[in-house]
Ligand binder design. Structure first.
Ligand code: BES
Ligand code: ZN
Ligand code: ZN
Length: 470
């Protein structure tokens, strides 16, 4: 599905992409006189220009100092521009630069741009893209890492794009096992009976309206000599479809993309896949509570009081605030691992979208500020960005109920923070919460992020953990 990016010291292609930092660098390239003259007059920073001589393509792109995160992002976007130029014209492209980092960033943007979700199109409408591979002879460029990460992003995007008619909670768990076990990740799937015996009341409550049973998937990546003594736990909201339940979403427009409500789970399983492919020396446990949220059958109802996995009672005032119900059980379950840090990702609130739109996720937590800063930094490095919000005690006050320990609904303000404070109640360790409701699913195509599922969170978490494993 994705084009192959690789380092290949031998191969040569007729079609070449030159990445240069300074206009002067043009002189050292092997170009004809005409090409030299053309590129010299047309070259611009952050733009790909090209010549096509009898089907033989020569592209040139100029990047700026890669110390700056914005310039790194612009280099990924050069990959997007190049992809748009060559996709239908050639089968192979050689990327040439003395700067290996530029090659990596360019290839990342190019590979991500090549993603298409065309599984359900009839053969004649399937993507007919000529470009199959890009490669470089630059010995320092680490294209294996680029490939491992972009392939994991593509899987996360597939999962988000898969409709409920395919991706039920059980199918989701099966797909995780199929994809990650061969990479050396231990995958255990708790089925409904086991979830009942564990008394995961939050997950079971949300599932009550559904015809399909819930699942709770436990993944473990445990290398021989991990850098961390206590595990890092990743948790993803796996609502495979969110109708709102009895507090039904008000319009079809607010529901038509709710197959994406497992975007947090996709981010965490995608990141786990990348961690295994990269063989990061970290002990990681990933938990995925999954179900759809429907008004059918014996659906949980506004006014219900639910006993959660850890014994906390929750007054349900809105069944559409279901993400926190399933996450709470997973958060409480992680206590048993005595984790060093727990990070969750969830398409949790419209409030997060209202606050920062689709350009960033929101983060918050009680983990040491240096952890939250490291996450923010990873966000800027990858441009899978996060903005930290406060996590003050006052926001938590709103979640107290008169007739139960907690209620699942706060006031009309700062909904992403009150949701985070609800979740914090179930934690007993340093904790970071990421609400990625905005960037997970795009309704209009945006450069290499594409449209539909974006895989938001995968590159962020992988970068954050890569830095920890150093
Ligand atoms: N899945 C939604 C949040 C969402 C909204 C994701 C828009 C992506 C785009 C979540 O389950 C939800 O419905 N949240 C409610 C919570 C409210 C009832 C407290 C919301 O944000 O309105
Ligand atoms: Zn909801
Ligand atoms: Zn939801």
């Amino acid at each position: 599905m994705l084009i192959q990016v690789e380092r290949n010291l031998k191969k040569s292609s007729e079609n070449r992409m030159f990445l240069i930092e300074k206009k002067n660098d043009l002189k050292s390239l092997q170009l004809s006189k005409e090409e030299q003259a053309y590129f010299k007059s047309e070259i611009q920073e952050n733009k790909v220009i090209y010549t096509n001589q009898m089907g033989k393509l020569t592209l040139v792109g100029q990047f700026k100092s890669l110390k700056d995160d914005i310039n790194k992002e612009n280099t990924r976007k050069l990959g997007y521009q190049a992809y748009e130029i060559v996709k239908d014209k050639c089968a192979s492209l050689e990327v040439i630069s003395s700067n290996s980092k530029a090659i990596e960033l360019f290839s990342e943007g190019l590979a991500l741009s090549s993603y298409r979700f065309d599984k359900y199109l009839s053969t004649d409408r399937k993507t007919k893209i000529k470009l199959q591979t890009t490669f470089t002879k630059n010995a320092d460029a680490d294209l294996k890492t680029v490939h491992d990460i972009t392939a994991s992003v593509a899987w996360a995007r597939d999962l988000v794009n898969e409709p409920l008619s395919y991706l039920t909670a059980e199918q989701f768990a099966t797909d995780i096992k199929k994809q990650c076990e061969p990479l050396g990740v231990k995958v255990e799937i708790f089925e409904k009976q086991k979830i009942e015996s564990l008394k995961m009341g939050g997950l079971l409550a949300v599932n009550k309206g559904s015809f399909d049973p819930p699942t709770f998937t436990v993944m473990e990546w445990k290398p021989k000599k991990p850098k961390n003594k206590k595990p890092i736990v990743l948790i993803g909201k796996g609502i495979v479809y969110d109708t709102g339940g009895l507090s039904l979403k008000p319009t079809a427009k607010s529901m038509d993309f709710m197959k994406s409500d497992m975007g947090g789970a996709a981010a965490m399983v995608g990141a786990t896949m990348a961690i295994a492919k990269l063989e990061l020396p970290l002990h990681i446990i990933t938990l995925i509570p999954a179900t759809d949220n429907r008004p059918g059958n014996n659906a949980y109802a506004p006014g219900d009081i639910i006993k959660m996995f850890d014994g906390t009672t929750v007054e349900v005032l809105n069944t559409d605030a279901e993400g926190r119900m399933v996450l709470a059980d997973a958060l409480a379950y992680s206590n048993k691992f005595e984790p060093e840090l727990v990070v969750d990702a969830a398409t949790l609130t419209g409030a997060a979208v209202a606050a920062v739109g689709t350009h960033a996720s929101v983060s918050m937590g009680n983990a040491p500020q240096k952890e939250l800063d490291a996450l923010t930094k990873a966000g800027f490095t990858t441009f899978d960005r996060v903005v930290q919000f406060p996590f003050w005690e006052e926001y938590g006050e709103e979640m107290k109920s008169k007739i139960a320990d907690l209620k699942n609904l706060g006031s009309s303000y700062a909904g992403m923070i009150t949701a985070g404070k609800f979740l914090e109640h179930f934690t007993n360790y340093p904790y970071i919460h990421i609400d990625l409701a905005g960037p997970t699913y795009l309704h209009t195509p945006t450069n290499y992020r594409g449209e539909g599922g974006t895989g938001a969170g995968v590159r962020l978490i992988v970068e954050f953990l890569k830095n920890k494993s150093k």
